[in-house]
Design a protein around this ligand. Sequence first.
Ligand SMILES: [Mg+2]
Length: 317
Amino acid sequence: MTALSGDGPDRARRAAGAVVGSAVGDALGAPFEFGPAGAFSRRFPEGTTGGEMCGGGGWDPGEATDDTQMAVLVAESLLERGGLDLPDMFARFQRWAASEPKDIGLQTEQVLTGGLAWDDASAIHFQTTGRAAGNGGLMRAATSAVYFAHHGQEATTAAARRITALTHGDSAVWEGTAVFHELVRVALEGADPVAAVPRTLALVRPDHRSRYATVLADGWHPDQATEFNGAVWPCLGSAVWALRTTGSYEAAVRAAVDLGGDTDTVAAVTGGLAGAWYGVDAIPTRWTEPLHVPLPGSDGRVLRLAELLDLARRLAA
Ligand SMILES: [Mg+2]
């Protein structure tokens, strides 16, 4: 990660960077989902200056997926309800899930369409299946991380856990989102999020700490992952690795997509962190120009850069 000269971007540019940076990563990675490592850079070698928002796999060029769609739902619930209203957020997720989004996580879909109450659905799903360690809570967290950052460390990590628990009953996943929220909070303060990893690990519940310590360690590489990167641990570890080992927003997100696998989500998480650190002005305009976020279940609304910037501004206010 490159240290920034002077004070770096101001807080507002960093907040915008987190929200837009996550959406851009999502849209850039979407056409490469489930592909092999290196597919992105074979098609778009380093130095490429256009066309990377290529579309494919059912996605239009610049189209953001469920990761960003759900992040927008989180944002609009927080803003319209004036804070954390979990039943409202869950109802928004349900309306969206019932409107045939192009993609939706398996676990998220089961929880949202199972007809159970908001405060039971994910826990019962987890008890029944024993499987809930996907990255689906982490992927949508850029907006809530910006919103709760100025409420402080305790509030932002608590909110991360509760929002994640709406769809994911495994507390291991809550901790990953809590780490992400805290690293974004630190970056918005203008402090180095990679340097904050060790002290952030101390906030992780003791029974989940060692697994996060492994994937967030300085020398960890995504090749060492013991699960597919659709699981929460390697997804977060890969995002921090991408930030740690590159020197720009662009390079970090390229590295994330190039890992293959769950490319949209790994790049969305990476883009949220890298955008918070480098600021929105570091995101190439050739990537933000085609960016758009369709919102199934909301009368055909499509958010573009201007709407995302407005959302980020209100979240950070
Ligand atoms: Mg997705």
